[in-house]
Design a protein around this ligand. Structure first.
Ligand code: CMP
Length: 138
C-alpha cells in the first residue's frame, strides 16, 4: 500500500548547492514528490519540530543548525515509503552510512547530515502537519 513520509533537505546541503542532486536521487529511487517548499525557520520553530529530542545534549546545536539557513521540507509517497526512505538516506552518522546513500554522498557530520526522514507513521503524520496544510497535500 502506498505510504507517505516526510523529509527535509537540511541547511548544509542547501548551502552547498546539493538540493537538485538530492531531489534527483529521491525521484530515481521511485518516490513521488507530493509537496515541497523552501523556507527558513526560527530556532523556536526548530525546537517545536524536534520536541522529542528536547532532553538530548545536542538539542541546542541541532535547533541552531536547523534554523541557520533555508531548508526544503517535503512530503514523499511510495510503497513502504518510511522504511525505504531511511534506507535511501543511510545512517545518521555519515561515517557509518552505506555507499550510494544520500548521507554518504552529501553529508559532512552527524549534526550536519544533509537530510531528515521520518522514523515511523506517527512521527511522519506529526511532521507533515507541522509544515504542510491539507490543501497542499492533494
Ligand atoms: P534527524 O534525522 O534530523 O533527527 C535528529 C537529528 O539529531 C539527527 O538527524 C542528527 O542530525 C542530529 N543528531 C543526532 N545525534 C547527534 C549528535 N551526537 N550531535 C549532533 N546532532 C546529532
Amino acid at each position: 500500500m502506498s505510504q507517505r513520509t516526510f523529509s527535509i533537505i537540511k541547511p548544509d546541503a542547501v548551502r552547498k548547492g546539493h538540493t537538485a542532486a538530492i531531489l534527483a536521487e529521491i525521484e530515481k529511487a521511485g518516490f513521488k514528490i507530493v509537496s515541497i517548499k523552501r523556507l527558513s525557520i526560527s530556532k523556536a520553530q526548530a525546537e517545536g519540530f524536534y520536541h522529542v529530542h528536547a532532553a538530548r545534549p545536542f538539542f541546542g546545536e541541532l535547533t541552531e543548525f536547523m534554523s541557520s539557513g533555508p531548508i526544503f521540507p517535503m512530503v514523499l509517497e511510495k510503497e513502504n515509503a518510511i522504511a525505504d526512505f531511511r534506507t535511501l538516506m543511510g545512517a545518521t552518522n555519515p561515517a557509518q552510512a552505506e555507499e550510494g546513500t544520500i548521507r554518504k554522498k552529501f553529508a559532512a557530520s552527524i549534526g550536519e547530515n544533509a537530510i531528515h526522514g521520518s522514523d515511523a507513521e506517527d512521527t511522519a503524520a506529526f511532521e507533515i502537519g507541522y509544515f504542510f496544510a491539507g490543501i497542499e497535500l492533494k
